[in-house]
Design a protein around this ligand. Structure first.
Ligand code: GDP
Length: 205
């Protein structure tokens, strides 16, 4: 059974102080409307596991999904939605930064970016917050069906080039509409959990 097909809704938290203590987690983050909910549903092969919003930016809570065996997927609130008042946006972005920089349970970040507009300033800010932790980042260039093959290759190469300063960053194309990129994303996230297990199994580490 694939990792993501085991995913079940676990809980919703509205405050960083309410995060669970136990388990290890991978976070899914992205600008509002980047296609994060669709990507979670596609990876899980589930139509409505994560709510696909028609009104982006409305939901500013953190959803926990359970892979089993103490492993979680954390669906972070989308950032950068223009119609949310500036003070509220700034507050949520600061909370996201605090979470990414300090959360001990967090083993990796999957960052969703619309393949037509990758690496916007807020995306870079997320990377700046998380990269100092030394943990891996995997970028999903979403909605890749909206690009021609040539544009896909060009975008992938350009983003890869910009991220090459950080060896723990990887990047791929993804389309929920065409269901492409699922195996690659699953292999990366599965690899993060597996390497954790190897460290636990290895005596003296
Ligand atoms: P979120 O705000 O990041 O959770 O984004 P959603 O998953 O709610 O998607 C935002 C919009 O993009 C919705 O209208 C989706 O139908 C659309 N969308 C998401 N993924 C894809 C995709 O792979 N291809 C296309 N063409 N549209 C997509």
């Amino acid at each position: 059974m694939s990792l993501f097909s085991q995913l079940r809704f676990h809980t919703t938290v509205n405050d960083l102080h309410m995060l669970p203590f136990e388990g290890v987690e991978v976070a899914f983050a992205g600008r509002s409307n980047a296609g994060k909910s669709s990507a979670i549903n596609t990876l899980a092969n589930h139509k409505r596991l994560a709510f696909v919003s028609k009104t982006p930016g409305r939901t500013q809570h953190i959803n926990y999904f359970d892979f089993g065996e103490g492993r979680y997927l954390v669906d972070l609130p989308g950032y950068g939605y223009a119609e949310v008042p500036e003070a509220i946006r700034a507050h949520w972005e600061a909370l996201l930064g605090q979470y990414l920089a300090t959360r001990p349970n967090l083993i990796g970040l999957v960052l969703m970016m619309d393949s037509r507009h990758p690496l916007k300033p807020l995306d870079v800010r997320m990377l700046d917050w998380f990269i100092p932790t030394g943990r891996p980042v995997h970028v999903l260039l979403t909605k890749s069906d909206k690009l021609t093959r040539q544009e896909q290759a060009k975008t992938l190469a350009a983003v890869r080039d910009k991220l090459q300063a950080w060896p723990q960053c990887s990047v791929q194309l993804f389309s929920s509409l065409k269901k492409t990129g699922i195996d690659e994303a699953e292999a990366v996230v599965g690899g993060w959990f597996a390497s954790l297990q190897e460290n636990v199994d290895e005596p003296g580490t």
